[in-house]
Write a protein that binds this ligand. Structure first.
Ligand SMILES: Cc1cc2nc3c(=O)[nH]c(=O)nc-3n(C[C@H](O)[C@H](O)[C@H](O)COP(=O)(O)OP(=O)(O)OC[C@H]3O[C@@H](n4cnc5c(N)ncnc54)[C@H](O)[C@@H]3O)c2cc1C
Length: 483
């Protein structure tokens, strides 16, 4: 009997009867995440309801040498939750309890399947919210956010997930339940876990920081004839010492898509729009608003709209928040790319993307968190036209080259996953990658936690070795152990 079958029999003994899925049709529900062109039908899916059940599953995987992959809501855009056909997919969708809300200490304790927005909804009436706000916040899970160190439009001012997680209970790859806390002395293991994309264990309970809702919020939409003028406005706002809660930009093609999908009614003729949100004490917001409005006009804004109500604010955000899905209206297929560059390099990188569009005959719609230089180029293609998907893939990769050449990174917030593992050597040397693997191996010596993700070639640990060039220098020097 194959190992996975033997394991599946034992899984049924540690989980409720309806928590083990082996039916081939139901398994297909889980064959991909938000990066739909990578697919694999999982060997078996489990739906545990407690940390103890997850620990039991992980221990059994260890005993049988079977890999496992964690999955939250499956909205990831780098294929991090791509299952293994020879492995177990551990889905946290039954772990959606808000365990504790502690307003005096501004904390909430939640299970990993709780959606990002559900935390805010649970504390909104008391004047609080959970700050990191990925555009997918209605559905993505807090466990997935922790694994990806997710960001969102408001992370410019408030920081990423790592700045808002105070502690996490995790199941380690050997099936132990441990607590990691920001208050722990010694190495910041919680910090290492956040953003580890399911390769260091599975988060089973997360303590998040709650933020006080600001006294005032002002949202404005500024329209420019082109993206250069919008970029000038971003630079001058930041140079003036204003840190908006969010400063987002969309180019003409992204606006066209949003218009087609959600009729956002952005100003006609706009070659770029900026959405700027200011929040904080009322007096400060009013002061900053005057400065931002003037700087946008000085940079060439031909129309500025200010949201006068919550409905108008939502209308301004609707175009931006729906931008990824909206491009489906103007293109049969597309790749959502995610890269980051120093803000000052934005004009040069955008000019480079323009050149790539011409060179490859591929259209790119640009949506970005302009304040922190996080680009989301949407590379459009028609998958029924022979060769177009390959050209789109090439453009997508060359955009990452541009990011790295300009001192940026191959991912701003969507993670490396399976999709970008091959690009890691463009940023890191072999020794860098081996050193990162040492950390992974310390948590997961058998290499069973989400293997094949993040690193281009499995090295060290018990993973099938790639082309190694002898022992790692740290191992040779006796400073680290190779398991
Ligand atoms: C329309 C759209 C908009 C988006 N906008 C943003 C955005 O603005 N900002 C942003 O950062 N991202 C964005 N994303 C990407 C995605 O929503 C985030 O990466 C999110 O955090 C993924 O959460 P999830 O629950 O769907 O995780 P999944 O896709 O299920 O998993 C993602 C990764 O986390 C791991 N994982 C899941 N749960 C756990 C757990 N409990 N413990 C350990 N590892 C776990 C998985 O193994 C995988 O590697 C967007 C996606 C879409 C589709």
């Amino acid at each position: 009997m194959p190992e996975l079958e033997r394991l599946t029999e034992r899984l049924a003994a540690v989980l409720p009867p309806d928590a083990v899925i082996t039916d081939p049709v139901r398994l297909r529900t889980y064959e991909c995440d938000g990066l739909t062109h990578h697919r694999a039908t999982p060997g078996v899916v489990v739906l545990p309801g407690t940390a103890e059940q997850i620990a039991a599953v992980v221990r059994l995987c260890g005993e049988h040498g079977v890999p496992f992959v964690a999955r939250g809501s499956g909205t990831g855009l780098s294929g991090g939750a791509l299952p293994r056909t020879d492995g177990v997919l551990i889905v946290t969708s039954r772990m959606r309890r808000i365990v504790e809300i502690d307003i005096p200490n501004r904390r909430a304790v939640v299970e990993p399947g709780v959606t990002n927005l559900a935390i805010t909804e649970a504390v909104r009436d008391q004047g609080y919210y959970y700050a990191p706000d990925p555009s997918s916040q209605q559905v993505c899970s807090i466990g997935g956010n922790v694994a990806e160190n997710s960001g969102g439009a408001h992370c410019l001012k408030y920081g990423f997930t790592v700045n808002h997680v105070l502690a996490a209970e995790i199941v380690t790859p050997d099936g132990e339940i441990v607590e990691l806390s920001a208050d722990d002395p010694g190495y910041d293991l919680l910090g290492a876990f956040i953003g580890s994309e399911g390769t260091l264990g599975i988060a089973t309970r997360i303590t998040v920081r709650l933020s006080r809702a600001p006294e005032a919020v002002t949202t404005l939409l500024a329209a420019f004839t082109g993206i250069e003028a919008g970029g000038r406005a971003v630079s001058s706002v930041i140079a003036a010492g204003v840190v908006p809660a969010a400063i987002e930009m969309m180019d003409a093609l992204a606006i066209e898509a949003a218009e087609a999908a959600v009729h956002c009614r952005y100003p006609a003729g706009a070659g770029a729009v900026l959405v700027v949100e200011l929040d904080g004490p009322r007096a400060e917001v009013e002061h900053q608003f005057a400065a931002v409005e003037r700087l946008c006009r000085d940079s060439g804004a031909f129309e500025i709209r200010v949201a006068a109500s919550a409905e108008e604010r939502a209308a301004i955000w609707k175009g931006r928040k729906s931008a990824f899905a909206a491009v489906g209206r103007i293109s049969p297929a597309y790749i959502v790319q995610d890269g980051v560059v120093p803000r000052t390099a934005l004009p040069r990188v955008l000019a480079g993307i323009d050149r790539l569009q011409e060179e490859y005959g591929i259209r790119v719609a640009n949506v970005f968190h302009a304040g922190d230089g996080n680009l989301h180029p949407l590379v459009l293609f028609d998958d029924t036209v022979p060769g177009e998907a390959e050209r789109a893939e090439a453009v997508s990769g060359r955009i990452l080259d541009l990011c790295v050449e300009h001192g940026g990174s191959i991912t701003g917030e969507h993670g490396v996953g399976v999709d970008k593992a091959r690009y890691m050597p463009r940023m890191f040397t072999e020794d860098d990658l081996d050193t990162m693997q040492l950390l992974r191996c310390a948590f997961d010596p058998e290499g069973l936690a989400n293997p094949g993700k993040v690193f281009p070639t499995p090295r060290l640990c018990g993973e099938a070795p790639g082309v190694r060039r002898g022992a790692h220098p740290l191992v040779e020097a006796g400073l680290a152990e190779q398991f």
